[in-house]
Design a protein around this ligand. Structure first.
Ligand SMILES: NC(=O)c1ccc[n+]([C@@H]2O[C@H](COP(=O)([O-])OP(=O)(O)OC[C@H]3O[C@@H](n4cnc5c(N)ncnc54)[C@H](OP(=O)(O)O)[C@@H]3O)[C@@H](O)[C@H]2O)c1
Length: 230
Protein backbone atom coordinates (compact mmCIF):
# COMPACT_ATOMS: atom_id res chain seq x y z
CA UNK A 1 0.00 0.00 0.00
CA UNK A 2 1.25 3.53 -0.73
CA UNK A 3 0.93 5.72 2.35
CA UNK A 4 1.37 9.50 2.45
CA UNK A 5 2.72 10.78 5.77
CA UNK A 6 2.31 14.44 6.74
CA UNK A 7 4.48 15.76 9.56
CA UNK A 8 6.84 12.88 8.74
CA UNK A 9 9.88 14.69 10.14
CA UNK A 10 8.44 15.25 13.64
CA UNK A 11 9.20 12.83 16.49
CA UNK A 12 6.02 10.80 15.91
CA UNK A 13 6.24 11.17 12.13
CA UNK A 14 9.72 9.65 12.01
CA UNK A 15 8.60 6.65 14.09
CA UNK A 16 5.53 6.28 11.89
CA UNK A 17 7.66 6.38 8.74
CA UNK A 18 9.96 3.66 10.15
CA UNK A 19 7.02 1.48 11.18
CA UNK A 20 5.26 1.86 7.81
CA UNK A 21 8.44 0.94 5.91
CA UNK A 22 9.11 -2.01 8.25
CA UNK A 23 5.57 -3.23 7.48
CA UNK A 24 6.44 -3.23 3.76
CA UNK A 25 4.48 -0.16 2.64
CA UNK A 26 5.58 2.43 0.10
CA UNK A 27 5.82 5.79 1.85
CA UNK A 28 5.76 9.39 0.63
CA UNK A 29 6.94 11.63 3.47
CA UNK A 30 6.19 15.37 3.47
CA UNK A 31 8.50 17.71 5.38
CA UNK A 32 9.58 21.33 5.07
CA UNK A 33 13.14 20.16 5.84
CA UNK A 34 13.85 17.28 3.43
CA UNK A 35 17.63 17.72 3.87
CA UNK A 36 17.29 16.94 7.58
CA UNK A 37 15.12 13.86 7.13
CA UNK A 38 17.10 10.98 8.66
CA UNK A 39 15.51 7.93 7.02
CA UNK A 40 16.70 6.45 3.73
CA UNK A 41 14.88 3.47 2.23
CA UNK A 42 14.19 2.13 -1.25
CA UNK A 43 10.42 2.32 -0.65
CA UNK A 44 10.56 5.90 0.67
CA UNK A 45 10.13 9.13 -1.28
CA UNK A 46 10.87 12.30 0.70
CA UNK A 47 8.91 15.30 -0.58
CA UNK A 48 9.94 18.81 0.43
CA UNK A 49 7.15 21.32 1.00
CA UNK A 50 4.75 23.13 3.28
CA UNK A 51 1.38 21.50 3.97
CA UNK A 52 -0.21 24.96 3.71
CA UNK A 53 0.81 25.03 0.03
CA UNK A 54 -1.65 23.00 -2.08
CA UNK A 55 1.03 22.50 -4.75
CA UNK A 56 3.16 20.69 -2.17
CA UNK A 57 0.29 18.53 -0.93
CA UNK A 58 -1.06 17.42 -4.33
CA UNK A 59 1.86 15.21 -5.45
CA UNK A 60 2.02 13.56 -2.01
CA UNK A 61 -1.66 12.62 -2.05
CA UNK A 62 -1.78 11.71 -5.76
CA UNK A 63 -1.41 7.91 -5.97
CA UNK A 64 -1.58 7.33 -2.18
CA UNK A 65 -4.30 5.07 -0.81
CA UNK A 66 -4.07 6.44 2.73
CA UNK A 67 -2.95 9.76 4.24
CA UNK A 68 -1.66 9.65 7.83
CA UNK A 69 -0.90 12.95 9.54
CA UNK A 70 1.38 13.53 12.52
CA UNK A 71 1.51 17.27 11.83
CA UNK A 72 1.95 19.57 14.77
CA UNK A 73 3.42 22.78 16.06
CA UNK A 74 4.72 24.05 19.42
CA UNK A 75 2.52 26.27 21.59
CA UNK A 76 2.49 29.90 20.45
CA UNK A 77 0.46 33.05 21.03
CA UNK A 78 0.17 33.48 17.25
CA UNK A 79 -2.80 32.18 15.28
CA UNK A 80 -2.18 28.50 14.32
CA UNK A 81 -3.42 27.05 11.05
CA UNK A 82 -1.22 24.03 10.36
CA UNK A 83 -3.88 21.56 11.57
CA UNK A 84 -6.91 23.00 9.77
CA UNK A 85 -5.04 24.51 6.81
CA UNK A 86 -3.12 21.29 6.24
CA UNK A 87 -6.33 19.30 6.71
CA UNK A 88 -8.23 21.45 4.22
CA UNK A 89 -5.54 21.18 1.54
CA UNK A 90 -5.34 17.42 2.07
CA UNK A 91 -9.11 16.93 1.87
CA UNK A 92 -9.22 19.01 -1.35
CA UNK A 93 -6.41 16.93 -2.85
CA UNK A 94 -8.05 13.67 -1.77
CA UNK A 95 -11.24 14.65 -3.56
CA UNK A 96 -9.31 15.42 -6.76
CA UNK A 97 -7.24 12.21 -6.68
CA UNK A 98 -9.87 9.81 -5.31
CA UNK A 99 -8.11 8.99 -2.02
CA UNK A 100 -10.56 8.14 0.74
CA UNK A 101 -8.72 7.29 4.00
CA UNK A 102 -7.39 10.19 6.12
CA UNK A 103 -6.17 9.87 9.71
CA UNK A 104 -5.10 12.85 11.80
CA UNK A 105 -3.87 13.53 15.33
CA UNK A 106 -5.35 16.11 17.69
CA UNK A 107 -5.31 15.69 21.50
CA UNK A 108 -7.23 14.08 24.32
CA UNK A 109 -7.48 17.54 25.87
CA UNK A 110 -9.22 19.09 22.86
CA UNK A 111 -12.73 18.89 24.31
CA UNK A 112 -11.77 20.20 27.74
CA UNK A 113 -13.49 17.24 29.37
CA UNK A 114 -11.88 15.96 32.58
CA UNK A 115 -9.55 12.96 32.33
CA UNK A 116 -11.24 10.05 34.22
CA UNK A 117 -8.37 9.50 36.70
CA UNK A 118 -6.93 13.02 36.49
CA UNK A 119 -7.83 14.34 39.91
CA UNK A 120 -8.44 17.93 40.98
CA UNK A 121 -4.98 19.39 40.23
CA UNK A 122 -4.77 17.91 36.74
CA UNK A 123 -8.38 18.41 35.64
CA UNK A 124 -9.12 21.77 37.28
CA UNK A 125 -5.75 23.53 37.20
CA UNK A 126 -3.10 22.04 34.92
CA UNK A 127 -5.16 20.96 31.93
CA UNK A 128 -7.30 24.16 31.74
CA UNK A 129 -4.13 26.29 31.96
CA UNK A 130 -2.54 24.33 29.10
CA UNK A 131 -5.60 24.27 26.85
CA UNK A 132 -7.06 27.74 27.57
CA UNK A 133 -3.88 29.77 28.04
CA UNK A 134 -0.52 28.21 27.07
CA UNK A 135 -1.76 26.24 24.06
CA UNK A 136 -5.03 28.04 23.28
CA UNK A 137 -4.26 28.79 19.62
CA UNK A 138 -3.10 25.20 19.03
CA UNK A 139 -6.23 23.67 20.59
CA UNK A 140 -8.47 26.13 18.71
CA UNK A 141 -6.97 24.94 15.43
CA UNK A 142 -7.22 21.26 16.44
CA UNK A 143 -10.95 21.85 16.98
CA UNK A 144 -11.23 23.45 13.51
CA UNK A 145 -9.53 20.35 12.06
CA UNK A 146 -11.91 17.99 13.89
CA UNK A 147 -14.88 19.93 12.47
CA UNK A 148 -13.44 19.72 8.93
CA UNK A 149 -12.96 15.98 9.31
CA UNK A 150 -16.48 15.39 10.62
CA UNK A 151 -17.95 17.45 7.74
CA UNK A 152 -15.93 15.64 5.08
CA UNK A 153 -17.19 12.66 3.13
CA UNK A 154 -13.88 10.81 3.48
CA UNK A 155 -13.20 7.72 5.59
CA UNK A 156 -11.66 9.84 8.33
CA UNK A 157 -10.37 9.03 11.79
CA UNK A 158 -9.22 11.48 14.47
CA UNK A 159 -6.74 10.05 16.98
CA UNK A 160 -6.55 11.86 20.31
CA UNK A 161 -3.41 10.98 22.28
CA UNK A 162 -2.71 12.28 25.77
CA UNK A 163 0.60 13.87 26.82
CA UNK A 164 3.35 12.46 24.59
CA UNK A 165 6.51 10.77 25.85
CA UNK A 166 8.98 8.25 24.48
CA UNK A 167 9.39 4.51 25.07
CA UNK A 168 11.78 2.17 23.25
CA UNK A 169 9.11 -0.30 22.05
CA UNK A 170 5.44 -0.30 21.04
CA UNK A 171 3.31 -1.45 23.98
CA UNK A 172 -0.18 -2.93 24.26
CA UNK A 173 -1.70 0.54 24.21
CA UNK A 174 -5.40 1.17 24.57
CA UNK A 175 -7.43 2.58 21.67
CA UNK A 176 -11.02 3.36 22.54
CA UNK A 177 -13.92 5.60 21.49
CA UNK A 178 -14.16 7.16 24.96
CA UNK A 179 -11.25 8.71 26.89
CA UNK A 180 -9.91 5.77 28.91
CA UNK A 181 -8.00 6.14 32.18
CA UNK A 182 -4.48 7.49 31.66
CA UNK A 183 -2.80 10.82 30.97
CA UNK A 184 0.08 9.81 28.70
CA UNK A 185 0.73 8.26 25.28
CA UNK A 186 4.07 7.08 23.96
CA UNK A 187 4.94 8.37 20.50
CA UNK A 188 5.73 4.81 19.34
CA UNK A 189 2.24 3.73 20.39
CA UNK A 190 0.70 6.75 18.67
CA UNK A 191 2.64 5.91 15.48
CA UNK A 192 1.48 2.29 15.71
CA UNK A 193 -2.13 3.42 16.18
CA UNK A 194 -1.84 5.73 13.15
CA UNK A 195 -0.44 2.93 11.00
CA UNK A 196 -3.08 0.47 12.22
CA UNK A 197 -5.78 2.78 10.81
CA UNK A 198 -4.46 2.12 7.28
CA UNK A 199 -5.86 -1.41 7.44
CA UNK A 200 -8.38 -1.34 10.31
CA UNK A 201 -11.92 -0.05 9.78
CA UNK A 202 -13.13 0.09 13.42
CA UNK A 203 -12.67 3.83 13.77
CA UNK A 204 -13.70 4.98 10.30
CA UNK A 205 -15.64 8.29 10.68
CA UNK A 206 -14.91 8.22 14.43
CA UNK A 207 -12.66 9.69 17.09
CA UNK A 208 -10.36 7.32 19.01
CA UNK A 209 -8.35 7.93 22.18
CA UNK A 210 -4.87 6.37 22.33
CA UNK A 211 -3.39 5.79 25.79
CA UNK A 212 -0.21 4.05 26.92
CA UNK A 213 -1.07 2.07 30.00
CA UNK A 214 2.39 0.82 31.09
CA UNK A 215 5.76 2.38 31.94
CA UNK A 216 4.36 5.90 32.37
CA UNK A 217 6.84 8.42 33.79
CA UNK A 218 5.55 10.81 36.43
CA UNK A 219 3.74 13.77 34.92
CA UNK A 220 6.39 16.15 36.25
CA UNK A 221 9.35 14.27 34.82
CA UNK A 222 7.55 13.91 31.47
CA UNK A 223 6.83 17.67 31.33
CA UNK A 224 10.45 18.43 32.26
CA UNK A 225 11.78 16.17 29.48
CA UNK A 226 9.36 17.59 26.88
CA UNK A 227 10.16 21.20 27.87
CA UNK A 228 13.90 20.54 27.44
CA UNK A 229 13.30 19.11 23.94
CA UNK A 230 11.78 22.29 22.49
N1 LIG B 1 3.41 16.98 22.92
C1 LIG B 1 2.33 16.50 23.51
O1 LIG B 1 2.31 16.21 24.72
C2 LIG B 1 1.07 16.26 22.68
C3 LIG B 1 -0.10 15.86 23.32
C4 LIG B 1 -1.24 15.56 22.55
C5 LIG B 1 -1.18 15.67 21.17
N2 LIG B 1 -0.03 16.08 20.56
C6 LIG B 1 0.00 16.14 19.08
O2 LIG B 1 0.64 14.97 18.59
C7 LIG B 1 1.15 15.24 17.26
C8 LIG B 1 2.58 14.72 17.13
O3 LIG B 1 3.41 15.42 18.02
P1 LIG B 1 5.02 15.33 17.85
O4 LIG B 1 5.59 15.86 19.13
O5 LIG B 1 5.42 13.98 17.39
O6 LIG B 1 5.31 16.28 16.62
P2 LIG B 1 5.56 17.88 16.52
O7 LIG B 1 6.78 18.27 17.26
O8 LIG B 1 4.28 18.57 16.81
O9 LIG B 1 5.99 17.99 14.98
C9 LIG B 1 5.24 17.62 13.90
C10 LIG B 1 5.93 17.99 12.59
O10 LIG B 1 4.99 18.66 11.76
C11 LIG B 1 5.74 19.29 10.73
N3 LIG B 1 5.11 20.52 10.30
C12 LIG B 1 4.72 21.57 11.08
N4 LIG B 1 4.21 22.55 10.30
C13 LIG B 1 4.30 22.10 9.01
C14 LIG B 1 3.93 22.65 7.77
N5 LIG B 1 3.39 23.87 7.68
N6 LIG B 1 4.13 21.93 6.64
C15 LIG B 1 4.68 20.69 6.72
N7 LIG B 1 5.05 20.10 7.89
C16 LIG B 1 4.86 20.82 9.01
C17 LIG B 1 7.13 19.61 11.31
O11 LIG B 1 8.13 19.02 10.49
P3 LIG B 1 9.04 19.93 9.46
O12 LIG B 1 9.49 21.13 10.23
O13 LIG B 1 10.14 19.01 9.05
O14 LIG B 1 8.15 20.28 8.32
C18 LIG B 1 7.11 18.96 12.69
O15 LIG B 1 8.30 18.27 12.98
C19 LIG B 1 1.00 16.75 17.06
O16 LIG B 1 -0.17 16.99 16.32
C20 LIG B 1 0.83 17.27 18.48
O17 LIG B 1 0.12 18.51 18.51
C21 LIG B 1 1.10 16.36 21.28
Amino acid sequence: MRIAILGANGPTGRLLTEQALAAGHDVVALTRRPDEFPIVHQKLVVAGGDVLDPDAVDPVVDGSEVVLSALGTPFTKEQVEVYSGGGRNTLDAMKRFGTSRFVVVTSGAVTGEPEPTGGFLFNRVLQPYVTNVLGKTVYDDMRRLEELMADSDTDWTVLRPSGLFDLPEVTEYSITAEHGPGRLTSRRDLAAALLLQATDQRFVRKVAHVITTVDNPSLLSMMWREARKK
